[in-house]
Design a protein around this ligand. Structure first.
Ligand SMILES: *Cc1c(COP(=O)(O)O)cnc(C)c1O
Length: 377
């Protein structure tokens, strides 16, 4: 079965009792037992729920993985993964990282003795030098947020596996529709299902997908032990969103390409970041490992900071808001919004300037989006 079919049919068997086409929302905290310990597979929703099982089946299937575990948020998923490590363990993470992941690593797990190195993950020698006996995990985002850098997943996985190190790829930006990191050798895929998978800016959720049954069982245990479970209602909505992921991603990309085409030679644009552009520094790797380039564009305009802040507050269709991946277009100023948790000195090191604007291109009519951008410029 192909992607769009799996997204619609996996984990969506009609309800056995009533024939309801769409499995109901199991808003229950607990489950009746026939005798002590005798359950129908569920005993308490922190540990499991039929809506979780259905959504996990669908996510594993579209990501070409064996198992998925879903969580209360993308950062809930990251917390579960980090909690599989022990004090003294070392993690190498890409240095252009979602701000919330950076904050989780440096303000929470660092206090429990986990060590971090943040690297571009472009230079093999630099990576090999950074690996120690304690290195347990390499944390990749590709494309990265917000600079849309591309990391060669296959290359990093090969280096990591020679040393018995696991590789996680945060696949939130590309989604399973455009990129399947497990097929490229990664061990774990993370999604913030809040973004494209949910797709309608109405829920917060996360997931980890892997092929290793023992790891899946450990992640389930972490979810239950820490209390990282989502609400069945949110899961039901996220699963409903997933069914249209294929058509949405095509449209997100089509609109993004229109806007990139309009902006790329515009006199008010200093620099534009989008991996489909041949001028993008890692375009070749992107073209090799992704089947499309998704709907996020980052732009530096030739404007003063004040002019730029005025500009991004003036759009009619691009709402000024954090987050991304919803059907409606959003605009973000990473330095003061999504990435404010990264110190300015660190941001500057990686080239995340105060002038950078990130667009999450929605699926409105592309020409209306261009008109909005044009009129504000
Ligand atoms: C939003 C986001 C997260 C965190 O997900 P939440 O659902 O907000 O907790 C992680 N990684 C990336 C790339 C994101 O965009």
């Amino acid at each position: 079965m192909k992607f769009a079919t799996k997204a619609i049919h996996e984990g969506q068997e009609a309800d056995q009792q009533t024939g309801a086409m769409i499995p109901p929302i199991y808003m229950t905290s607990t489950y009746q037992q026939a005798a002590p310990g005798e359950t129908k597979g569920y005993d308490y929703t922190r540990a499991g729920n039929p809506n979780f099982t259905n959504f996990e089946k669908a996510l594993a299937s579209i990501e070409a993985g064996n198992f998925a575990t879903i969580f209360s948020s993308g950062l809930g998923a990251a917390t579960a993964m980090m909690s599989t490590l022990s004090s003294g363990d070392h993690v190498i993470a890409v240095n252009d990282l979602y701000g919330g992941s950076y904050r989780l690593f440096t303000t929470v797990f660092q206090n429990y003795g986990i060590q971090y190195d943040f690297l571009p993950l472009i230079d093999e020698t630099e990576l090999k030098h950074a690996i120690t006996e304690k290195t347990k995990l390499i944390w990749i985002e590709s494309p990265t947020n917000p600079l849309l850098k591309i990391v060669d997943i296959q290359k990093i996985a090969k280096i990591a596996h020679e040393k018995g190190i696991r590789v996680l790829v945060d696949n939130t930006f590309a989604t399973s529709y455009f990129q399947n990191p497990l097929k490229l050798g990664a061990d774990i895929v993370l999604h913030s299902t809040t973004k494209y998978i949910g797709g309608h800016s109405d829920i917060v959720g996360g997931a980890l997908i892997c092929n290793d049954r023992e790891l899946k069982e450990l992640l389930d245990l972490k979810r239950m032990s820490i209390g990282l479970n989502p609400s069945p209602f949110d899961v039901w909505l996220a699963h409903r969103g997933l069914k249209t992921l294929a058509v949405r991603m095509k449209q997100h990309q089509e609109n993004a390409l229109l806007i990139v085409d309009f902006l790329k030679d515009h006199p008010m644009v200093e620099k534009i970041y989008y991996p489909a552009l041949e001028t993008h520094e890692n375009h070749a790797v992107a073209a090799k490992q992704m089947s499309g380039f998704s709907g996020i564009i980052s732009v530096v305009f030739k404007k003063s900071l004040d002019e730029m802040k005025d500009m991004i507050s003036s759009y009619k269709l691009f709402s000024l808001a954090e987050s991304l991946g919803g059907i409606e277009s959003l605009v973000d100023h990473p330095a003061s919004m999504t990435h404010a948790s990264i110190p300015k000195s660190e941001r500057e090191k990686i080239g995340l300037s105060d002038g950078l604007v990130r667009f999450s291109v929605g699926i409105e009519d592309g020409n209306d989006l261009i008109d909005d951008i044009k009129s504000v410029l």
